[in-house]
Ligand binder design. Structure first.
Ligand SMILES: CC(C)(COP(=O)(O)OP(=O)(O)OC[C@H]1O[C@@H](n2cnc3c(N)ncnc32)[C@H](O)[C@@H]1OP(=O)(O)O)[C@@H](O)C(=O)NCCC(=O)NCCS
Length: 180
């Protein structure tokens, strides 16, 4: 299964993507905003993440759709994004993109593709996302597509990369509110 945008292909990860994932993911400026990504991030970490996702893709009843984000121009993976805890009604959305590719609109393209996939193909009605307080761009990106702030959880999460306890802002989007 793959999703295509103007400049990106969202597709299941292959073992051969491990090197590109390390190159983009082994960066505290990325992983400090993610819940369970270790830092430093090694080839072993990337391979076990890929294997884990490959197993999830094989499941008949899918609760998780994690895609690698491939940039068409370079034919390499620059990040990851997906839907988690999919239950027929709602799902949680998560994503990251390598720092050198930030602020070029790739995040927007990727998010638009994931939202379309969730609402049109999977026929979900609600999406949610948790963003650590202080994240410079993720909330902005979600709001651009109509996500609403629904809550603020104090000291809600322990970030694996830096071990710090973080506040989490909860965002939600209903299908009928989605702004393309
Ligand atoms: C969130 C992330 C995927 C955005 O990727 P991106 O490719 O830079 O996104 P875009 O280029 O489409 O930019 C999205 C918006 O954020 C804004 N933005 C980006 N960096 C910003 C910054 N440092 N400060 C303020 N706004 C910023 C952009 O201006 C853009 O808004 P606009 O379209 O109104 O101009 C990327 O920053 C990332 O991977 N961050 C680390 C991991 C992460 O935070 N994941 C999400 C966890 S909830």
């Amino acid at each position: 299964m793959k999703l295509e945008t103007k400049r990106l292909i969202l597709r299941p990860l292959r073992m051969s993507d491990a090197k590109d994932i390390v190159e983009n993911g082994n960066n505290l400026n990325i992983s400090r905003w993610l819940l369970v990504v270790p830092y430093p991030y090694t080839l072993k970490d990337a391979r076990s993440w890929i294997k884990h996702n490959q197993e999830k893709w094989k499941k008949k009843k899918k609760e998780d759709y994690t895609f690698g984000i491939e940039i068409k121009e370079e034919r390499r993976i620059i990040g990851g994004g997906g839907l988690h805890h999919v239950n027929g009604h709602s799902a949680e959305i998560g994503y990251w993109i390598g720092e050198k590719y930030h602020n070029k609109g790739y995040g927007s393209e990727m998010l638009n593709a994931l939202i379309n996939f969730a609402f049109k193909r999977l026929k979900l009605s609600r999406l949610e996302a948790g963003v650590f307080a202080g994240n410079p761009s993720s909330g902005r990106l979600l709001e651009k597509y109509g996500f609403e702030k629904e809550g603020y959880k104090r000291q809600a999460r322990v970030c694996k990369a830096d071990g710090k306890v973080k506040d989490e802002i909860l965002y939600g989007l209903l299908k009928k509110e989605y702004r393309r």
